[in-house]
Design a protein around this ligand. Sequence first.
Ligand code: GDP
Ligand code: IMO
Ligand code: MG
Length: 429
Amino acid sequence: MPLDILVGAQWGDEGKGRLTDLLAEQAQIVARYSGGDNAGHTVTVGGRVFKLHLLPSGILHPRTVGVLGNGMVVNPARLLEELAMLSQAGVEVSPARVKLSAAAHLITPAHIALDRAEEAARGEGRIGTTGRGIGPAYTAKIARQGLRAELLLDPEALAERVAEQIRQANRTLERVYGQPALDPVAIAAEYVDHARRLAPYVIDTSLYLHRQLRAGARVIAEGAQGALLDVDHGTYPYVTSSSPAAGGVFNGLGVGPKFVDRIIGVTKAFQTRVGEGPFPTEAFGPEAERLRGTGANPWDEFGTTTGRPRRCGWLDLVLLRYAIRVNGLTELAITKLDVLSGLPALKLCAAYRAGADRHEELPLGPADLAPFTAEWETLPGWDADLSGARTPADLPPAARAYLQRIEALAGVPVTMVSVGPERSQIVFL
Ligand code: GDP
Ligand code: IMO
Ligand code: MG
């Protein structure tokens, strides 16, 4: 059974890209099943840093095919930019290696303008979206007004549909939000140009994946975002508009669960979040600054997509256990253990307190975390630089104890620990 699922177990940016890249060595196909270019997946190979937003992180292996599944929302201009970036870097990105689902939805400039106008109108209640048009594109999909990638195969129909969509969005942009109207004719012409270049990539990816899986190919489903940003299971309404949790794989790729082997959840050794919303283990002041870094290292906690400083805090086991449950995780991969080196003590949140009550599980899920405060466990830190660790024996006893405590509180095995952004900086447990 050769479908491995790799999902974020937190609020995104867990290091899914770097782990997908590592595991893709053993896979024939890597497929994205949800989200769009709100994702920013950083992969570091031999000192070269690749920032991927739409293409699956397996694409850097010469023989791995990348699939953009039907569950995605795709900005064609951004996809073309990413294909060009990779091509310039010497990565082959012909239609033989990149497949775009005919049923994926297209993002247009109107979705982006609406995303930004809606955020501005929310004021204090803003979500902190990436401004990439994700919410409005999924809204259009669910409202049965979306533009699917299959239109790239019919430029005449595409031009008509795009112009119509822009005209309709203009009414909202102008009348509701007082924003300038977009030019339907110019944008339709741009999309016809995108279609000319992207049409060769469009196929029925469900059929393709099914045939490959039946023939024994190993496929990795690469999550974007994270369980706590899932529209159903996340910290609603401070979530994205798609289903990044493992269940989203089946709808987002059009394959059945029978193929699944491993369901790997990726979590940092601490907790971060970018954008608004509750965060019970958030740290502030010097503690937060220490976890975030100054921006001097490429991995410091500043958004890949937007450059925003990420909010930082301590690992939250209540939310991690929740992510294990809603994703059905078989194992955990922990990233950025190296970042904790030099801290005198480490905190873990094993349970929440709300008044006199203690909660190991959230009564109503994580939508409203406001009543809860963290109950801390404090563990000793370590000083050693972990970046050269390759086997469990290379880790100091305090680091091993920290991992063992996480494993005990999580209830699933920790199978991989990364100690740096490079493909090689990994310890298999
Ligand atoms: P993703 O969205 O889940 O793929 O994660 P991002 O790429 O947005 O953010 C993870 C950041 O941490 C990237 O800059 C990675 O290169 C970096 N990174 C991943 N794993 C490690 C690690 O174990 N140690 C360090 N120091 N950096 C890491
Ligand atoms: P990767 O795949 C971190 C967050 C945004 C915002 C909320 C909604 O790199 O882990 P959206 O633009 O999706 O409507 O924004 O979701 N968000 C992410 N945070 N990593 C991501 O992707 C994210 N994608 C969206 O910051 O809070
Ligand atoms: Mg990211």
